[in-house]
Design a protein. Structure first.
Length: 122
């Protein structure tokens, strides 16, 4: 399955696709999330979890909640940067929770070019 947006990536992960091809700017963000070490992952995922829960439980806010939640997740921002943190939160919100980001860690990078990242579930 080829994906270009956080929502498409969340869907592919939730569907347990065997192979996921990531294109566009999402490629770089996903690569950074995948490259996170174990200790940094625990810190970042905790911060993203709090931000994700606040978005899922809050009423619609006209799109400002994601940015506010990213700012409220300084641990994740310090590890991934604002753009990647917002992307991680968006993936988790689209999937209904942070469990989808843990699924992402089950995939291995089998191809990495300038414009495409291919992940395979092992």
């Amino acid at each position: 399955m080829t994906v270009k947006t956080e929502e498409e990536l969340a869907e592919a992960l939730n569907n347990d696709e065997d192979t996921i091809e990531i294109e566009g700017d999402l490629r770089n963000k996903t690569l950074k999330i995948k490259a996170t070490g174990k200790v940094a992952w625990i810190i970042a995922i905790g911060a993203v979890g709090v931000a994700t829960a606040s978005i899922i439980l809050a009423p619609a806010s006209g799109g400002t909640t994601t940015l506010v939640s990213a700012i409220a997740a300084p641990a994740a921002v310090s590890i991934w940067g604002t753009g990647v943190t917002i992307s991680a939160i968006s993936i988790a919100v689209a999937a209904g929770g942070i469990g989808v980001l843990n699924k992402l860690r089950q995939y291995k990078i089998i191809e990495n070019t300038d414009n495409r990242l291919v992940l395979k579930k092992f």
